[in-house]
Design a protein around this ligand. Structure first.
Ligand code: GH3
Ligand code: MG
Ligand code: MG
Length: 317
């Protein structure tokens, strides 16, 4: 009894009825079961409440002034909510055609007036089962979506995300006429880390490297994606070449200065090279992702050639 009460208290129910006696009766029954109850006198008022807050269960009368239960059902189904809304129509109408009409308007279930409280509560319980199922599906979908864009080793975005979202960054840069900088960074002599300390140590270095990048870029604006083995692309929106150079230089320095714990009490130092490019819509109308990456790759190649552990940068013209 007590645990059911606690569970029910997780659910709010919107009771919509123009008749104060029915409304109060419903409210009393539901509150006794532990539910949070919110009441409204007609569909219009209910919709206003609903638009301000997601309420998972709605019990509504059919015939009401201003907005009927049927219209309310239809309106609720048009709203995008963070979860499913289970709607029960409580009505004196009980012809088969009325029932069909109610269900077609978007109701999940109906109860005849005068209602038998245990039946109503049992139907609400059915609704809760559906709501729980929907929530767990929603969570599972979110997790799948998260995994599909994440590099499992380092936790940063993967190449698929990069190829989907970098074009959006370019479009946004063009739309607002703001510069966009990107850097490709690659750990120097990483193969020798693997060869000397083993693949597992190499993995720890990769994780550490990404951690440094993530903790040093603007949260929610700049982002990093794994482009290939030990190559990462850092996207720095709304940033011109000079400021982006400072970002890359700061990262380079931090990588150089930080020791990486590779287990067994061993610590090593690494360095990385950076190829940085800036696309400025003021100088150039448009750019393909291929070209953007290719140009950054070229800069990275030069940074490697000139001795590694450095930033090479240019404006794309
Ligand atoms: P450079 O300074 O020219 O970049 O030399 P490098 O040795 O870093 O470059 P190279 O591209 O020859 O080596 C990259 C190495 O990265 C080879 C590959 O085995 C290793 N690698 C790629 N992905 C992973 C990974 O997920 N974990 C580990 N441990 N190593 C990886
Ligand atoms: Mg390398
Ligand atoms: Mg490489």
């Amino acid at each position: 009894m007590l645990s059911r009460h606690l569970e029910n208290s997780n659910y709010s129910i919107l009771v919509v009825d123009d008749d104060p006696v029915s409304r109060t009766l419903l409210e009393r029954i539901l509150k006794k079961e532990g539910f949070n109850v919110i009441t409204a006198e007609n569909g219009e008022e209910a919709l206003k409440i609903f638009k301000n807050q997601y309420i998972p269960i709605v019990l509504t009368d059919w015939m009401m002034p201003k907005m009927s239960g049927i219209e309310l059902c239809k309106a609720i189904r048009q709203i995008e909510s963070p979860g499913y809304v289970f709607i029960i129509i409580i009505t004196a109408k009980d012809s088969r055609d009325d029932i069909v009409k109610g269900l077609e308007a978007g109701a999940d279930d109906y109860v005849n007036k005068p209602f038998y409280p245990p039946e109503l509560l049992a139907r609400i319980k059915t609704g809760i089962r559906i709501l729980e199922l929907e929530q767990s599906l929603r969570k599972a979908n979110e997790e799948i979506k998260r995994l599909s864009i994440t590099d499992p080793l380092t936790g940063c975005y993967n190449r698929g995300y990069l190829m989907t979202y970098l074009p959006k960054e370019v479009k946004r840069a063009i739309r607002y006429s703001h510069p966009l900088s990107i850097a490709i960074t690659d750990i120097d002599h990483f193969k020798s880390v693997n060869d000397t300390y083993g693949h597992q140590a190499g993995d720890m270095v990769l994780k550490h490297f990404v951690e440094i990048i993530r903790s040093s870029i603007r949260d929610g604006v700049d982002w990093v994606a794994r482009y290939g083995g030990e190559e990462f692309v850092i996207v720095i929106p709304e940033t011109g070449l000079e400021d982006a150079k400072k970002v890359a230089e700061r990262l380079r320095k931090k990588v150089e200065d930080t020791e990486v714990d590779i287990g067994d009490g061993k610590k090593i130092k690494i360095t990385a090279s950076f190829g940085l490019v800036c696309f400025d819509p003021k100088d150039k109308k448009d750019i393909s992702i291929d070209k953007l990456i290719k140009e950054a790759d070229q800069m990275l190649y030069e940074a490697k050639n000139e001795g590694r552990n450095r930033v090479k940068a240019k404006i794309i013209t």
